[in-house]
Write a new protein. Structure first.
Length: 163
């Protein structure tokens, strides 16, 4: 004996209940799989902070050079540290001026253009000082050191080949 009244739509109702049961089982299984996946103790990998400072970049370059040439590059950086720091400070200040011009109320496009031109000039000065420092160091390096400096950065595992 069935609780449901007997009718022609009983077959449809039965299929509807079976479909609903199958759909519920699917969702319960999916929720269980997600809960199982994220509840197990998974060791999280530590992401190392990448230092993008000039000293760290030049240290990475020096590490790829022969030891005597690396010492030459580091010594040149120490000798020119004041000029480099001054140019870097000028560059940061010019970047701050650009930011200030963007935040100014009322906004003045000409002031922003002037700040951006100053920033370009400070960036060019900074690059020139770095290039002079590297050129001075390269003049004191061995042929092997200059060759490695020319090949830097060395091939990386994740680098895409040129087409």
């Amino acid at each position: 004996m069935s609780v449901l009244p007997r009718s022609e739509s009983g077959g449809r109702l039965r299929w509807l209940l079976l479909g609903s049961l199958a759909l519920n089982l699917f969702f319960v299984g999916a929720a269980g799989a997600v809960a199982f996946r994220y509840s197990s103790p998974v060791p999280l990998t530590t992401i190392a902070h990448i230092d993008h400072s000039l000293a760290n970049r030049l240290d990475r370059i020096a590490a790829s050079l022969p030891p005597a040439d690396a010492d030459v590059l580091r010594a040149q950086l120490r000798d020119d540290a004041e000029k480099v720091a001054s140019a870097q400070a000028d560059l940061r200040l010019s970047q701050d001026d650009v930011r200030k011009s963007l935040r100014a109320e009322p906004f003045d496009a000409d002031a922003m253009r002037a700040a951006m031109a100053e920033n370009r000039s400070a960036h060019d000065d900074y690059d020139q000082i770095l290039h002079d420092m590297i050129a001075s160091a390269a003049a004191k390096m061995s042929v092997v050191g200059r060759t490695r400096l020319a090949d830097w950065p060395a091939e990386r595992d994740n680098a895409r080949p040129l087409r």
